[in-house]
Design a protein around this ligand. Structure first.
Ligand SMILES: [Zn+2]
Length: 389
């Protein structure tokens, strides 16, 4: 009995120690510099505990002294600061045409940004390229499993977050593939998640003081949805929530890349916008940049195609609102530039036949960042490191 009790006290003690550590690091992240006394006052932790922690942080290379500050008592107090290069995180995004990698420091500043195009010739090849780049960054920035907080990976497709398995990504041609185990040799936490989830997460982090729930609609090669409920990514009971692109909008409609017919994605992804244009004129534009260029040149066909597109996208968003009644929807991805001055039309279409809510009940906006999935992937190890459990 005594053994159990002392074990419990020990567990409790180490939990308090861990909590104090994280509280101090969080405060150091908010301040450029601070004295031990101020840390003690602000956090309500004894000065002895603060001092013990700071000594530990110094030996771990997490903090450093900055300079003496005149304190009121005439004695000089040393201010300390967090060294921004003490911890790093790597965010990696796999898209059908690119691998995007960002090295981010604990202050969430991007240190290195790499973009490589690929031919989508198999997941093993993509992993090989990623490992080369990780190796390059580990050497360049002297990273080891102490300094590197973890790696976040963003995928287009369904993912088993807990196990780090890609369940299905038709855009990458991958099914039931354990991605996590390919990076376990690094001996750091590995997070594998869906791109829309990570974009939603990133957008949420920048507004977490003001909201709890958020929907992120990701318009890229596919059409995805990230759902944040009470500050957490909602994944569904089988890791398959947010397959917004594959809700059916037309019975026996256009063939979708997933293999089914009449999915919203077949009408409302970026690819489908380009396809619709190519069908309309017998042209063959290849990407959204070309479409945008024609649109800016007042090409009538692009305007017609975009208007039709907005109508069907609005149907999808309207359905979402009917089910979830959100206060905040962020639309992001590859067609932000086109949507920016179309928001009023889009909102009008969304609320056209909605008798239950109106425009004033939900803030629908365009995302500030195009590649928020990569940044969300990079934030995950940092947020996990700082989270007080
Ligand atoms: Zn589909």
């Amino acid at each position: 009995m005594r053994g159990v009790l002392s074990n419990l006290i020990e567990v409790n003690h180490s939990k308090i120690k861990e909590t104090n550590r994280k509280k101090i690091i969080k405060l150091l992240l908010e301040r450029t510099e601070i004295t031990k006394l101020d840390i003690s006052r602000i956090l309500g932790i004894s000065i002895t505990t603060v001092s013990t922690n700071i000594t530990e942080f110094k030996s771990e290379g997490i903090v450093e002294d900055v300079r003496s500050l005149e304190s009121t008592g005439g004695r000089k107090a040393i201010a300390i600061r967090l060294k921004e290069d003490c911890k790093f995180s790597i965010g990696i995004a796999l898209t059908p045409n690119h691998i995007k990698i960002a090295l981010v420091n604990i202050k969430k500043e991007i240190i290195e940004n790499i973009r490589i195009s690929h031919n989508n010739d198999g997941i093993e090849n993509l992993i090989r390229i990623i490992n080369e780049k990780i190796d390059f960054m580990m050497k360049k920035y002297n990273l080891d499993s102490e300094k590197l907080l973890g790696i976040g990976l963003s995928l287009p497709g369904t993912v088993d977050f807990k196990e780090g398995i890609i369940k299905y990504s038709y855009l990458l041609g991958v099914k039931d593939f354990n991605l996590k185990e390919k990076f376990q040799y690094l001996n750091v936490p590995i997070y594998v998640d869906n791109e829309a989830n990570l974009s939603a997460y990133y957008e949420f982090l920048s507004r977490k003081d003001v909201l709890k729930n958020l929907l992120y609609i990701s318009i890229t090669d596919g059409l995805g949805l990230g759902i944040i409920i009470n500050g957490k990514i909602y994944r569904g009971d089988n890791n398959s929530s947010g397959e917004f692109g594959h809700i059916k909008v037309v019975i026996d409609g256009k063939k979708c890349k997933c293999g089914a017919k009449g999915c919203l994605e077949a009408y409302a992804s970026m690819n489908s916008l380009i396809e619709s244009y190519n069908e309309e004129v017998s042209e063959n534009i290849l990407d959204i940049d070309e479409f945008e260029k024609l649109y800016m040149q007042n090409d009538i066909k692009t305007k017609k195609v975009l208007d039709d597109y907005l109508r069907i996208l609005a149907v999808g968003i309207s359905n979402l609102i009917m089910i979830l009644d959100p206060n905040t929807i962020v639309i992001g991805g590859d067609i932000n530039n086109l949507l920016n001055d179309k928001m009023e039309i889009l909102k009008k279409n969304i609320y056209k036949d909605n008798l239950f809510t109106d425009e004033s009940s939900c803030n629908i906006s365009i995302a500030d960042f195009k590649e928020s999935y990569m940044l969300g992937a990079a934030m995950m190890p940092i947020e996990e490191f700082l989270e007080i459990k």
